[in-house]
Design a protein around this ligand. Sequence first.
Ligand code: GTP
Ligand code: MG
Length: 370
Amino acid sequence: TESLTVAELAKKLYREPSEIIKKLFLLGVAATINQQLDKDAIELIASEYGVEVEEKVIVDQTDLETYFTEDREEDLEVRPPVVTIMGHVDHGKTTTLDSIRHTKVTAGEAGGITQHIGAYQVKVGGKKITFLDTPGHEAFTTMRARGAQVTDITVLVVAADDGVKPQTVEAINHAKAAGVPIIVAVNKIDKPTANPERVMQELTEYNLVPEDWGGDTIFVPISALTGEGIDNLLEMILLVSEVEELKANPNRRALGSVIEARLDKGRGPVATLLVQNGTLRIGDPIVVGHTYGRVRAMVNDLGRRVKEAGPSTPVEITGLNDVPEAGDRFVVFEDEKTARQVGEARKQQAVQAHRNETARVSLDTLFEQM
Ligand code: GTP
Ligand code: MG
């Protein structure tokens, strides 16, 4: 079992050490600030503040990852897949994203003005799919580097007239490392020089083998330019999504990740969040990376104001006290006070980390000069 000093416990409980020492004294324990407390003493003090101590580990309230807890099976509901499009330069990632958006979004949602918020949703036969709009590799790597796994399915775009290229391989490696299933979109089939067979042949080397050849990878021939095969691609995404049994609990406080964020002149910090679990609502007290606040306004990918956003939904929010970073986690808290405490503590941690970093850098330069 873990032990903590009085000072450490005080920090975790957001109290002054002197207050903890007083409490201990009243409980018949004479303690100093650096004294190690055993599990029983920790539990006793924590319970005085209405805090529960979990088995073995004391939950670090400032670590947002600890809030990403599993749900009970019976609370889970099917959620839309979150899809990232990856592939080599010029193979047609942006054109594919545009083609999907134009065929699905504008047609289905008359009157909506598509906004660039870094992600968008389409509806296919009543089912939703969320696409991350940011250039594949970048989004995928920055997110993953920061510990946020947001992608459920990768669509690997390979130009049929160009074949497998270095970034194609990179994308495969990223997806495999993250354990994300790959659907291959063989693009530019409208071109006279297109050779889809060659693409399939080349990809077998990377263990992406079509079902017809005895493998289990889905290949979809498309032309992002003419729109041919796009519907089929969307169907296949839904198929894989069903196999993956993607679920979430809409009836809990929202958790998720930042897709992108910026400072808007008029509105202040603006962040596009992907709700990964729970439901986000206007007015929610929220901690986002090293920032916090209350969700003041929410806008969806069609530029419409919304009051709530469920699992796999991207929304742009305002109301934060600072600009978070892509890949940062967000957590909604029960009350504003806790959100502020955790937010402030995280901000302090970030400031301290930055100070340590600059101190180290200047020390390094000092040594270099010697
Ligand atoms: P980067 O963002 O630079 O990595 O490129 P990308 O993968 O986003 O490619 P993009 O969608 O910009 O397409 C590159 C070029 O290929 C553009 O000139 C497109 O018009 C063209 N293109 C994309 N898809 C198709 C297609 O299906 N058929 C044809 N003929 N051209 C295509
Ligand atoms: Mg592009």
